[in-house]
Ligand binder design. Structure first.
Ligand code: G6D
Length: 344
């Protein structure tokens, strides 16, 4: 196990965690983000996630890719939250709503990094203090996000947070997988399996509606593995944005430790199996416009060139009790653990 430390642009640093099987996970303090995850195949090394080569590239092109998102991931309708007689105002950075906590969210912050190597894993603990009032949210929140790469080829993400005042807290990680290694290839031919009997439909402006709907008989039924493309290309009337792609929260079953989501590369050489303590996963298939293209590494990111597995509570939980409780209080610290087991 080792960790290589390198500059990642002018101000940022990257940490590459390498296990004894040659798996390499690179993360940066800019946004406590994953920038690369490489596995050694017989055919050569393969990159499994979208990313750029410096903090400046993220700033110029897309700050969410691979980043820690918070304090609240997803959309807050109307960019406000009424709690205990106070109406907290947030930044309306998408339509009239708040997306991913505003323009300068956790993804844009520089985090304190503490790299550590043990006999069985390499890890980096990223720490950040979100001051009272930051992005309009009440309370000072102290956050740790730990990226660990273990010798059993598990990449584990741990979130821990404490607050001094009740506040909203529902972070996630915005990793995009493309298991072909090429962001110009659509993820449509990836096989996806999700242990979810229900999903949250999305309505106007991509907001959740409060509904929890059965996946049975819809294109959202991933209880048996099937190509992602069957939903991307769906004309199913259950799908509010026909032909557009996935951007939906799935409510996860308790599988007693078995994978809750699995992604398999089109050539069958790489599998990612996810388990999480979070109640839901938001799956977003990079639903950018048909003409969308963005230079990325030696290629071009295209529409549907990545798929996220964003573990969190269902967005909209601050409005809809049926989505769970995302109010963090001083009495009960936050913890979430998500694991991605790599088979190759
Ligand atoms: C999240 O659900 C959202 C998408 O709608 C958004 O476009 C993306 O982040 C940047 O996955």
């Amino acid at each position: 196990m080792e960790i290589l430390t390198q500059p990642f642009g002018v101000q940022a640093t990257s940490y590459t965690l390498i296990n004894d099987h040659g798996v390499a996970l690179s993360v940066t303090d800019f946004g406590a983000r994953i920038v690369s995850l490489r596995v050694p195949l017989a055919t050569g090394e393969r990159e499994l996630v979208l990313g750029f080569d410096s903090a400046e590239e993220y700033q110029q092109k897309d700050t969410f890719i691979g980043a820690t998102i918070g304090r609240v991931a997803g959309r807050i309708a109307g960019a406000h939250w009424a709690h205990d007689g106070v109406d907290y105002q947030f930044e309306a950075n998408e339509n009239d709503n708040t997306l991913h906590s505003g323009v300068i969210g956790f993804d844009q912050r520089y985090w304190q990094a503490a790299p550590q190597v043990t006999a069985t894993e390499a890890r980096v603990v990223f720490a950040y203090v979100s001051e009272d009032g930051e992005n309009g949210f009440p309370g000072q929140v102290t956050v740790n996000v730990t990226y660990a790469l273990a010798n059993d080829n598990v990449w584990r993400l741990t979130y821990e947070a404490v607050t001094d005042t009740p506040t909203l807290f529902n972070p996630t990680n915005h990793v995009y997988f493309n298991l072909t290694g090429d962001p110009s290839q659509s993820v449509a031919a990836h096989q996806l399996k999700i242990a979810a009997d229900t999903f949250a439909p999305i309505g106007d402006k991509n907001l959740t509606t409060g509904e929890i709907r059965s996946v049975a008989g819809t294109s959202f039924d991933f209880r048996a593995a099937k190509p992602v493309g069957t939903t991307i290309e769906s004309t199913d009337d259950q799908h509010q944005r026909v032909g557009h792609g996935l951007d939906h929260p799935f409510l996860l079953q308790d599988t007693q430790g078995a994978p809750q989501a699995e992604l398999l590369s089109p050539d069958g050489l790489v599998r990612v199996a996810m388990t999480t303590t979070a109640p839901a996963v938001v799956v977003f298939t990079g639903n950018f416009g048909t003409d969308f293209t963005l230079p990325m590494r030696q290629s071009q990111l295209k529409k549907h060139g990545g798929i996220t597995l964003e573990t969190q509570a269902v967005p909209g939980a601050e409005r809809f009790a049926q989505y769970g409780d995302i109010v963090l209080t001083p009495a009960s610290p936050y913890q979430q653990v998500t694991e991605f087991k790599l088979d190759f």
